[in-house]
Design a protein around this ligand. Structure first.
Ligand SMILES: [Zn+2]
Length: 138
């Protein structure tokens, strides 16, 4: 007889899934079951080039839902994932550009944010301030 696994609630996204026989992600706040299902989803994506078009959308959504506390690097990571999601959802940026967007955000946040409309400038300024504060940059 196989023992049923007890469901555990993911501290990141709140989903209840049976515990997996693998360790959780080393720094994201997630349950073993949630992390295992995410890995299964990524495996499906990697095996289908058409699904890879939306890969960055999946990665950013998962990472934003499973942050790792208030450490500056964790805050910066979540900020980049949220900024990318904003561009996909609100600005109709192609999710296939996600990897390039991340690189540009890491290396040139200000140049990207300066391209937003005047209405978006307040949000861009808030993001810029948060990134600088989280990195200890004045
Ligand atoms: Zn989760």
């Amino acid at each position: 007889m196989v023992a049923e696994k007890v469901a555990e609630q993911c501290p990141g996204c709140g989903v209840s899934l049976p515990a997996a026989d693998q360790p959780p992600h080393p720094y994201m706040t997630c349950s073993t079951g949630c992390w295992a299902r995410y890995g299964e989803l990524l495996a499906v994506q990697y095996s289908d080039p058409q699904r890879m078009t939306f890969h960055q959308l999946v990665v950013d959504t998962y990472a934003a839902q499973h942050p790792d506390g208030a450490e500056p690097r964790a805050v910066q990571s979540v900020a980049i994932h949220l900024m990318t999601l904003y561009l996909f959802v609100e600005r109709d940026v192609n999710p296939a550009l996600g990897t390039r967007l991340h690189r540009r955000m890491v290396w040139g946040v200000s140049r990207i944010l300066d391209r937003f409309s005047v209405v978006d400038q307040a949000a861009a300024a808030a993001v810029r301030y948060s990134l600088r504060a989280s990195c200890g940059v004045r």
